[in-house]
Write a protein that binds this ligand. Structure first.
Ligand code: SAM
Length: 280
């Protein structure tokens, strides 16, 4: 199966872009190939694509995967996708909103599910959050997103990029940067550069925590006031001073450190020690 380039398809159908839908179509073949390669799509895979646009990435996925299910919101793109790709037996198109569709139903009993997408930027965080927290059976997300967000997801301690989003993503997944993509690779050109990032879902979260909600509360608190010591950040959790001191001692973490220096393992230890004190 072959398809024209985005530029030619846009011309062929006289397609008019809708800015509010984050429509920046990929024009660079090497980037499209890198996404499919980075996602390691093969003949056993059921691929979910969010936002197929005029279908340039979709076509490559159809050629590699067992089957592809693409979810597109824009009414204007549905007839184009049906015309260009509708004859492929391993392709299903859902006209809907990826923020609302029932992924459990879409995935059904598929065993090797990979999500691949050049995401409209406004859905990045909710889509990642849906896949990481709603318990779907999937192996990986390979997604093109805004550069700064990708760097935060992939951030490591003691760097500016490291924050609550890094800990959140890396609690559930191994993360890696697949490719940096300049704004010139899209029509129309976005204002920012992008990165293709891969999130490989872990079989179980990276660290054991007594209470997930409390763990993320501690992490959020630690980064809410980045320049403050952990002591100042954790004080506001409302634990008695003596108990909080004991928790830091038991966790063997210096309360004068800043949150941005803690690894995920250290965050888990600290959160568990504080949590135990709240239960006394
Ligand atoms: N995959 C194409 C490519 O790489 O050239 C298009 C990517 S473009 C960045 C994002 C696509 O997502 C557009 O086709 C847009 O209409 C679609 N889209 C926007 N919001 C959506 C939503 N909530 N659910 C599904 N698709 C959406």
């Amino acid at each position: 199966m072959e398809i024209l380039s985005s530029v030619d398809l846009v011309k062929k159908y006289g397609f008019k872009f809708t800015k509010s839908l984050g429509q920046n179509f990929l024009t660079d073949d090497s980037v499209l190939d890198a996404i499919v390669e980075g996602a390691e799509v093969d003949k056993d895979d059921f691929v979910i694509e969010i936002g197929p646009g005029v279908g340039v990435l979709t076509c490559r996925l159809i050629n590699k995967a067992k089957s592809v299910c693409a979810i597109e919101l824009d009414d204007k793109l549905i007839p184009i996708l049906e015309q260009e790709l509708g004859s492929c037996e391993n392709f299903e198109l859902i006209h809907g909103d990826a923020l609302k569709v029932n992924f459990k139903e879409i995935i059904g009993d598929e065993q090797s599910v990979k999500v691949v997408a050049n995401l409209p930027y406004y859905v990045t965080t909710p889509i990642i959050s849906r896949f990481l927290t709603e318990g779907y059976n999937f192996k990986s997300l390979t997604i093109m997103i805004q550069k700064e967000v990708a760097e935060r997801i992939n951030g490591v301690p003691r760097t500016k990029a490291y924050g609550a989003l890094s800990v959140f993503a890396q609690y559930y997944c191994d993360t890696s940067i697949v490719k940096r993509v300049p704004a010139g690779c899209f029509i129309p050109q976005p204002k920012v550069d992008s990165i293709v990032i891969k999130l490989d879902k872990l079989e179980k979260p990276k660290v054991e925590v007594d209470d997930e909600k409390f763990f993320f509360k501690v992490v959020k608190q630690a980064f809410q006031m980045r320049r403050k010591t952990l002591w100042n950040c954790m004080k506001v959790l409302g634990l008695e001073k003596e108990r909080l001191i004991e928790a830091f001692e038991e966790a063997n973490i210096d309360m004068k450190r800043r949150g941005e220096t803690l690894s995920i393992e250290e965050f888990a230890t600290l959160a568990n020690c504080i949590y135990k004190k709240t239960k006394l």
